[in-house]
Design a protein around this ligand. Structure first.
Ligand code: SAH
Length: 516
């Protein structure tokens, strides 16, 4: 192998990936796949941190975010980071807001990589220039009104736009889209009018597009600067000029029941997606911030032994989807046929857990009326007969009420025979890229959803120091609520312990006052 070949083999690769405008689901499939397998993820603030949930949990996360006005990490240094990590043989995802090659200095980063002979690929993204208007019901082209789109930077880098450019833009019939233009807005509108544009031409400014807080201020070239100032428009925002800016009647975003509502969800990573999807279907902005992680116990010998002599049990109890999945996985690894369970009766704490088993063709014999440990214990206790044995593989630190209720309800002889085995731990999770305190500031997040008491504890721990008294917690059940109250949160509880009921709670809460 030549020196050059050797070097190329060792060098990693940099992917310049477009993250889309903010709505997490506008990340491309390719971008998602690359994030999942990245070794290093380099991102900035505009990229909309929500997409980072698709990032490899083991990756190194590097925040190179620029704050408006000052640049904590200079571009030169960002380039160095990309180069260094690639030279270490790492697979690097450089996430850029919107599309990587529409402003935002993606081109410069690519040029540097090219110059340094670092392999790279570009993964286009959905640019804010087109998607932010679309989320406001504004088509940037229209057969009758706008036959071209022009994307222009309004960044006042070198003292604003040259007069010559105003002359050209003022004559353009199409839609003008200005990026990075909030501070320059008055100058822009004046420049256009000076160059002869009709002050009555429609214009609009669109703030924080594709998020729950998206706003549109519409007027004309003559009025927009004043309106934007009065409304306190702040970056990120785009400015539209042209007939398209005046199009109304196609607003679709706000029509959905949870539009304008931002919800944080705290379920473990692998269970978060389904709830996120259900809420997004209703129009909510969802930020996935898993607050707990399940870690299988290293020593599973007790469970394995129990599985080998299943015939001695009459009941097997599952108290969480994670527990059910773990047991089924172990069975598969042991080449244990599902038919081995045929002699057992199966109890599940709730529908979610039962679904895991159903997906393997096993239907639960007992699901309590109310999906919690207390009710499960009570109902199982009533059914349990003298001499019957129960296999209970569950979390270390599982809810003690399950056992105490079971014993109370049991009417057989002697003590009920329960083989409780710890199979996993629930540990708190803190995401490196989430600014918890900022998410919880008034006006940023509407609700935080908790689907177990442990998610409450995990979240509070991750958000250490943040004020919880303003948090509106949507809780799956009474125990979860008790945990949330313990930290001073305002609470509301779902009518039953299902994801569907959680979504309904979020929908109804906008109308009803159910806070305690
Ligand atoms: N590459 C990005 C643009 C980077 S420049 C893209 O393709 O979208 C940053 C500018 O993009 C901001 O100043 C703002 O004008 C615009 N922008 C990005 N996200 C936005 C959003 N969600 N809402 C409104 N404007 C946005």
């Amino acid at each position: 192998m030549s020196k050059k070949e050797e070097r190329e083999k060792q060098t990693g690769k940099v992917y310049l990936v477009g993250a889309g405008p903010s709505d997490v689901e506008l990340l491309t499939i390719k971008g998602t796949r690359l994030l999942q397998k990245a070794d290093v993820i380099v991102y900035d603030r505009l990229a909309g941190t929500g997409v980072l949930i698709y990032g490899n949990p083991e990756a190194e996360y590097i925040d190179v975010g620029k704050q408006a006005g000052h640049h904590p990490i200079p571009q030169q240094e960002i380039n160095q980071i990309l180069r260094r990590k690639a030279e270490e043989g790492k697979m690097v995802v450089r996430l850029k807001g919107g599309d990587p090659f529409v402003f935002g200095r993606g081109a410069e980063e690519a040029e540097e990589l090219f110059r340094d002979n670092i392999p790279f690929e570009v993964v286009p993204g959905i640019t804010s220039a087109i998607s932010v208007p679309a989320y406001q019901g504004i088509p940037v082209t229209h057969r009758d009104m706008a036959s071209s789109v022009h994307i222009i930077t309004a960044h006042k880098k070198d003292g604003g736009m040259p007069e010559r450019q105003y002359q050209i833009l003022a004559k353009t019939e199409g839609t003008l889209v200005f990026l990075m233009g909030v501070t320059a807005l008055p100058d822009l509108m004046e420049g256009l009018m000076r160059a002869g544009m009709d002050p009555m031409r429609p214009a609009a400014v669109l703030e924080r597009g594709t998020t729950a807080r998206q706003r549109k201020i519409a007027g004309t070239v003559g009025t927009l600067a004043k309106q934007a100032k009065e409304s306190g428009i702040r970056p990120p925002a785009i400015i539209l000029v042209g007939e398209a800016a005046g199009i109304t009647g196609l607003e679709w975003y706000e029509k959905r029941p949870l539009a304008g509502t931002k919800i944080l969800i705290t379920r473990p990573r692998e269970r978060s997606g389904r709830l996120a999807g259900m809420l997004r279907d209703k129009g909510a902005e969802v930020l996935e911030v898993p607050a707990i992680r399940t870690v299988p116990c290293e020593d599973q010998s007790r469970l394995l032994q129990a599985l080998k002599r299943l015939e001695q049990y009459q009941w097997m109890v599952f108290t969480s989807p994670a527990g059910a999945e773990l047991v089924l996985r172990l069975m598969r690894e042991q080449h244990m046929d599902i038919r081995k369970l045929s002699g057992l009766r199966i109890a599940c704490i709730g529908k979610g857990t039962a679904e895991i088993l159903e997906s393997r063709g096993v239907f639960a014999d007992l699901i309590p009326q109310v999906y919690d440990g207390r009710h499960l214990g009570r109902e199982l206790g009533v059914l349990l007969k003298t001499g019957e044995q129960v296999l209970l593989p569950r979390a270390a630190n599982g809810n003690p009420e399950l056992l105490s209720e079971l014993r109370n309800a049991y009417s057989g002889e002697g003590m009920p025979l329960i083989d409780e085995i710890s199979i996993y731990d629930t540990v708190p999770e803190k995401l490196p890229y989430i600014d918890y305190a900022s998410e919880l500031k008034p006006g940023n997040t509407d609700y935080v959803m908790f689907t177990s008491a442990s998610t409450v504890h995990g979240f509070v721990r991750a958000a250490e120091g943040a004020d919880m008294s303003g948090v509106k917690a949507l809780c799956i059940g009474k125990q979860t609520e008790a945990a949330a109250k313990q930290y001073g949160m305002k609470t509301a509880v779902a009518r039953e312990a299902t994801l569907q009921a959680m979504v309904e709670l979020a929908e109804n809460i906008n109308r009803e006052s159910v806070w305690e």
